[in-house]
Design a protein around this ligand. Structure first.
Ligand code: AHR
Length: 652
């Protein structure tokens, strides 16, 4: 470009600023905090059928017939076939019930509904496995059909001659995919003999799963697109369980590894359904690896909802935590490392973080039932044992998670990171853009392990929620020296069983889509940079709008990675703002704007309109030192550009 002409454009742009624009003067060579290598991550919990009926590809629901003791959930029979639950000749100690199938008038015919239907993804063959036995051995032809969920039309089928004997045996049958059929199905199993048999642990898995490790491809891809640096699991309240009918109903990782028929599953009482534990400890570690995320495991400290373990009797819990680390990382010559190898992964999973408890350090009068009972003392026992055996493991402590905006570590025990939780309104998140600016840098690092807008979020999660979270993330990012990790919560919801709302990825058997919050997470994480840069702003003060309370017109964050500059601008307000960006001492080129906006901040994505609020990317023709932009009302904007040092830059 002609130099004089270029100067004129810059001059014109500067003049335009004089009439009341928002002006950001960016200083690409005056650095703020380095961006933490562990920013950002994800938090996976088995909630809302996140795994069973979600991320885990198992198509059969109630596969082990354990979901209810007196009702055969999700199975039905046809053509006079009689089905009943029995526990007389169990396959093993993990299985408490099986299905007895009798068909006095001919072949048996039973149907499983899946999780509100079975997903046919149009690409896969499907592998059926099951265990069966009979009082008297007999041979039969077994036909497995995938039938249309609504019309019962046969979509795919396969048959095999089998012989059921007196002892439990495993059978396998592949249903080939001939027609690239997509949609929602049920599984029908039919025999040709009228002899009775017993059935247990029926599984139907698509042959093609995410990286071949069992996760549903579309959902796992959505996680991969978040570029998670770490993955926290398995909860959440799911870690704690809740006492009922003599059981604590907590997640016990040792019962979730190995062959599926040896996993008892457990009552996911916190979220009101039974977990098959098919997506167990090993699968969670494997998913972390497949996503390129460092594992973060939350352990139980002997506390849960309506139960506690005496603090002087914690050895079993501490050993459970140590064994988990050995399973994940230990040499194959160790007891638990050998089990990991036997389960197909001789290499270490590189578990790096252990969180000691989940939300177990709340601040109110303790009684013996309290899930915060003697937390600090418990924490200390775990910390010492873990650090003695594994000095490199990063230990994360709980702080008060409910009822305060300023949780703190209320004891003198050493801790590597503190897990803060915030479920608040959009305006709370906007107002807390500067929250971490004043945190004591000599204290522990901060990990907001669960945060999300949970008030005024509309029905599925609206744009206002996403913008609030985006502003909050900008504050975390700017303070990345102290806030070194963060994860939104929860991730998933099967739309047929919404126990917690909102969630950033919504799905059923046939579809999946992100809320605006999902796209904020994705863009913040994908376009991150390695170092914050500083800026000054003018014309950016905001008179609070009623109910919104934004203090700024446009909220900013800016970072660099080499010569790449990322600028994120969030406007949670109802007005557009003409905005100027000056890249002090540098010329910007190749500018790409990714923008997510809508006519109203109440806009959201739904199953009927999944892509109403999504980011749109466009190349800008602007270049030079001053970039003129209109920042629309209710918008999230990410600018990416290449920098060339000018005369006054320190990078020359
Ligand atoms: O994310 C949902 C729940 O919120 C988690 O299980 C728990 O840690 C928090 O209370």
């Amino acid at each position: 470009m002609n130099k004089t002409f270029f100067s004129c454009i810059c001059l014109l742009a500067s003049t335009l600023y004089a009439v009341g624009q928002v002006h950001f003067t960016l200083h690409p060579d005056v650095y703020g905090a380095n961006i933490s290598e562990s920013q950002y991550g994800i938090f996976f919990e088995e909630i809302n059928h996140a795994a069973d009926g979600g991320l885990w590809s198992e198509m059969v629901s109630n596969r082990s017939f354990e979901d209810s003791q007196n009702k055969i959930e999700n199975w039905s029979s046809r053509n006079a076939t009689k089905i009943s639950l029995s526990s007389k000749r169990l396959m093993n100690a993990a299985q408490q019930q099986y299905l007895h199938v009798a068909s006095p008038s001919g072949g048996a015919n039973i149907v499983n509904d899946g999780y509100w239907g079975m997903r046919l993804d149009g690409q896969s063959a499907y592998t059926l496995t099951f265990f069966a036995r009979a009082d008297a051995a007999f041979s039969t032809t077994l036909t497995a059909r995938l039938i249309d969920y609504n019309t019962s039309e046969v979509l795919l089928s396969a048959s095999k001659d089998v012989k059921f004997g007196k002892t439990w045996m495993k059978y396998t049958l592949t249903i080939p995919d001939g027609a690239h059929i997509t949609g929602k199905a049920r599984l029908q199993l039919q025999t040709t003999s009228k002899k009775a048999f017993d059935l247990d642990v029926v599984s139907l898995m698509p042959a093609e799963t995410y990286k071949g490790h069992g996760c549903r491809k579309d959902l796992a891809q959505m996680l991969e697109d978040l570029k998670p640096r770490f993955m926290r699991f398995p909860g959440g309240c799911y870690v704690e369980g809740e006492y009922a009918n003599g059981e604590r109903n907590r997640f016990e990782w040792k019962k979730t590894i190995g062959k599926i028929e040896e996993r008892p599953g457990h009552w996911n009482i916190n979220w009101h359904y039974r977990s098959s534990d098919a997506f167990g400890f090993h699968e969670m570690l494997q998913l972390s690896e497949d996503l390129g995320a460092v594992p973060l495991f939350v352990v139980n400290v002997g506390l849960g909802h309506k139960w506690y373990q005496d603090i002087d009797d914690l050895d079993e819990f501490i050993q459970e935590a140590l064994d988990a680390i050995e399973y994940a990382n230990g040499a194959t010559t160790t007891t638990w490392g050998a089990k990991r190898a036997a389960n197909g992964h001789p290499e270490s999973f590189g578990l790096k973080y252990i969180e000691i408890g989940d939300e177990n350090y709340n601040y109110h009068a303790h009684n013996n039932n309290d899930q915060s009972y003697q937390y600090a003392e418990r924490y200390w026992k775990f910390y010492q044992a873990i650090k003695a055996a594994y000095p490199d493991i990063v230990c994360i402590g709980n702080v008060q998670s409910w009822g305060t905006d300023n949780p703190s570590w209320r004891n003198d025990y050493p801790v590597d990171l503190l897990d803060e939780h915030y479920y608040r309104s959009p305006s709370w998140f906007v107002q807390n853009y500067e929250k971490y600016d004043t945190y004591d840098r000599s204290g522990p690092k901060i990990y907001p392990g669960e945060y999300a807008v949970t008030q005024n979020f509309g029905t599925t999660g609206n744009l206002a929620a996403a913008l609030g979270e985006a502003v909050y993330m900008q504050g975390m990012e700017r303070n990345s020296d102290i806030v070194t990790m963060a994860s939104y919560a929860p991730i998933f919801v099967n739309e047929n069983d919404q126990k917690w709302k909102p969630d950033m990825i919504r799905f059923d058997a046939t579809h999946s889509y992100g809320t605006p919050s999902y796209y904020v997470q994705k863009l913040m994480s994908q376009k991150l940079g390695t170092r914050n840069i500083t800026w000054t702003e003018e014309g950016n003060a905001m008179q609070s709008e009623e109910g919104k309370s934004a203090q700024r017109r446009v909220y900013a964050s800016a970072s660099r990675e080499g010569n790449k500059l990322y600028v994120k601008l969030v406007n949670p307000n109802s007005e557009n703002f003409a905005t100027m960006l000056t890249t002090q001492g540098y010329t910007a080129s190749g500018i790409v704007l990714t923008q997510m906006t809508a006519e109203s901040d109440a806009a959201e994505n739904t199953a009927e309109n999944m892509y109403r609020v999504v980011p749109v990317e466009k190349a800008l023709s602007a270049c030079g030192t001053n970039i003129q932009l209109d920042i629309p009302a209710y918008s999230f904007n990410v600018l990416e550009m290449n920098l060339t040092p000018g005369e006054s830059s320190n990078d020359k």
